[in-house]
Design a protein around this ligand. Structure first.
Ligand code: AMP
Length: 300
C-alpha cells in the first residue's frame, strides 16, 4: 500500500444553471481515489451509511481501490452536500451540508496502511485529518486539501496540520482566505512559510500554479466547451497528481511538473460528466492521449 487517502464519500445534490441532480455520488475521497486509480492502487479511509449504493462500492473495487479503511455504518445515513454553480463555473455556493455518519466518525487506519508512502488528507474536518495523521508512520510525502468552511470554523486545528504537511492544495479563494493576501504568489509563499514545501494553487478553468521551494510551474486547464459539472475537479487533480508521484516514486522538479499535468488531465475528465459518471467509461488510453494533448497545447 503506498497512497492512502482520507476524505469524504457523499451524496451530492448539484445545481447548475442548466440542470439539477439529486443525491448523485460525490465526495473528496471518491473523486480522488478514482483519479488516482489510473496510476496506482490507492487505499481509502472513509465512512458511508447503509444507504450508500453497493454498485458504487463494487465499482471502486473494480478500479482496484483498496477499501479496507472504509466503514459502512449499519442504519447510518451517508454525508450529503448540496452546491450551486453560477454561469461562471468557478463560482460555487454551498446550500446545505448534512454531516450524518460523519458526526460520530472515528477514522481507524488498517494496519496495512500505516506504512503508506504518501498520505493525502482530502477535504474533511481537520480534527479527523489530524487523527489520521497521528496513526501513520512517517510517510514519504504528506499532502492536504481543505475548504473555506474549515478555514473559518477551525483555524487552529487547520494550522496544526498545515505545519506537518509537505504539499498543500488549495483554490485561489481558499488561499486568499487563509492568508488574507490577494496576490497569489505572495499568498503561496506565506503558506510555504507555515510548513508545506509545495503549494498548489488551483484556479478552476484558469489552470493551476505549482509553487516549489525554488521554482514556479504554471499550466492552463484544458480549454473545453463541455463543462457539465465542475464538482470534484480539485479532488481529481490531487488524485492524478499524487497517484502519478506514487507510481514514479520520485519527487524531482520534472516529476512534480508531470504530476501537475496528470492532475489537470484527471480534472478535465471529471467535469465532463455529473458526479463520477465519466469514470464509468474512462480508459487508460484516453488518459495517455489527453496528456499528449496538454503537451501539444503548451509546447512552443
Ligand atoms: P471539489 O469540487 O474538488 O472541491 O470537491 C467537491 C466534493 O467535496 C463534493 O463531492 C462534496 O461531497 C465534498 N464536500 C463538500 N463539503 C464537504 C465537507 N464539509 N466535508 C467533506 N467533504 C465535502
Amino acid at each position: 500500500m503506498s497512497l492512502v487517502i482520507v476524505g469524504s464519500m457523499a451524496f451530492d445534490t448539484i445545481e447548475t444553471p442548466w440542470e439539477r441532480k439529486e443525491k448523485i455520488i460525490g465526495g473528496s475521497c471518491t473523486y480522488c481515489s478514482l483519479a488516482a486509480s489510473y496510476f496506482t492502487r490507492p487505499g481509502i479511509v472513509a465512512v458511508v451509511g447503509e444507504d450508500f449504493p453497493p454498485d458504487v462500492i463494487a465499482f471502486l473495487k473494480k478500479r482496484r481501490v483498496d477499501l479496507k479503511g472504509l466503514q459502512i455504518v449499519p442504519g447510518g445515513k451517508t454525508f450529503h452536500w448540496q452546491g450551486r454553480y453560477g454561469t461562471d463555473p468557478n463560482q460555487r455556493e454551498t446550500i446545505r451540508t448534512d454531516l450524518n455518519v460523519f458526526e460520530s466518525f472515528r477514522p481507524e487506519i488498517p494496519a496495512s496502511y500505516r506504512k503508506a508512502d504518501i498520505l493525502f488528507l482530502a477535504n474533511i474536518d481537520p480534527d479527523l485529518q489530524d487523527s489520521v495523521l497521528r496513526q501513520v508512520k512517517k510517510p514519504r510525502l504528506t499532502a492536504m486539501d481543505t475548504i473555506g468552511l474549515w478555514i473559518q470554523s477551525k483555524p487552529e486545528a487547520l494550522m496544526r496540520i498545515l505545519r506537518r504537511v509537505d504539499i498543500y492544495f488549495g483554490n485561489d479563494e481558499e488561499i486568499r482566505m487563509l492568508t488574507d493576501e490577494r496576490n497569489l504568489i505572495k499568498a503561496g509563499k506565506m503558506i510555504q512559510a507555515m510548513g508545506p514545501r509545495l503549494v498548489i494553487i488551483k484556479k478552476g478553468e484558469h489552470g493551476a500554479l505549482v509553487l516549489g521551494p525554488d521554482f514556479l510551474f504554471g499550466l492552463p486547464a484544458l480549454p473545453t466547451e463541455k463543462v457539465t459539472d465542475p464538482t470534484g475537479a480539485g479532488d481529481s487533480f490531487a488524485g492524478g497528481f499524487l497517484g502519478y508521484l506514487d507510481k514514479t516514486g520520485g519527487f524531482s522538479k520534472r516529476d512534480i511538473r508531470r504530476a501537475a499535468v496528470y492532475g489537470s488531465v484527471m480534472a478535465s475528465f471529471t467535469i465532463e460528466g455529473f458526479g463520477i459518471d465519466r469514470y464509468r467509461t474512462l480508459k487508460p488510453a484516453e488518459v495517455a492521449a489527453r496528456f499528449q494533448e496538454f503537451k501539444t497545447l503548451v509546447s512552443f
